[in-house]
Design a protein. Sequence first.
Length: 342
Amino acid sequence: MSETAIRPRLVGPTPIERLGKAAPLLLAPVLALAGLVAVGDPSVWLTLTVAGLAMGLMIFIMASGLTVVFGLMDVINFGHGAFVSVGAFVGFTVLAWLSGWTQNPAVMLNLAAVFLAILASMAVTGALGLAFERVIVKPVYGHHLKQILVTMGGLIVAQQLIHVVWGPDAIHVARPPSLQGSFIVGEAAIEKYRMLAVAIGLVLFVAMRHVLRATKLGLLVRAGVENGEMVEALGYRINRLFLLVFMAGSALAGLGGIMWGLYQETITAHMGSEIMVLVFVVVIIGGLGSIEGCFIGALLVGLLSNYMAFLAPKVALVSTIALMVGVLMWRPQGLYPVVKAK
């Protein structure tokens, strides 16, 4: 018998399985096309689409940290919103210190000020994440109800501390001159800041996907998701990996906080808890622990929210919840769930 005859045949995914895996990738383009048909005016549609992408990618920045923490550590962290708020206020403080740069019309000075504000927000929230994990989260590993209670308590304490440091009133955050206003594409007005938000969100997604798929750290994270005991048996300190991931997730929340504050141009102590509704919707739609699913879910939420706000403002309030229900009826575990080994 020939070697060819006895060689086992490799059975790959069937066409139906490949189609099922690729189907979520079509959701955002299909939604954008449906938005074009519903809106009718291409220039208005382009403006709404860019706004939706910017909104969605800023939500993705905040949601990505939460979904990675849940995917690896199995921690339901309602205190994630606290890091969003703290990041916004720290970024505002840095921008106020650099008022000479933010009020200067030079583009490079404006971008440098925003970049330093982002670094400061991520550094502070990352450090707070370390303390939060050690003091509040670590004692309740494996107990979801206790996690919800103690992290919600941490969120409330953080909001009160923001009142003590920065005061209880809402604060206006002015964008640097080079990020104000819009530029015209055809007949559509595209806000400059939204394009910056889109660029940062896309860069972050590509970077996170590369780290998780093509680096040793990413391999350990994904292995920890599948089987933490095996990673520990191979000589790696899984607790340190947990801590690093939690700090990274907190830093991403801080980044999202300053980006969202500049987007809304107003920050409050409660802004983190308010945006957490959309963050959790995105995490659930994407599949708990999935970066790719979180990215697609954020785009869907951002686009749908902006289209519905234009077409039917009253319906826009429930459109994201309806989107989540529809996705879960189709895929109960989300678009790309992370399946853990039993």
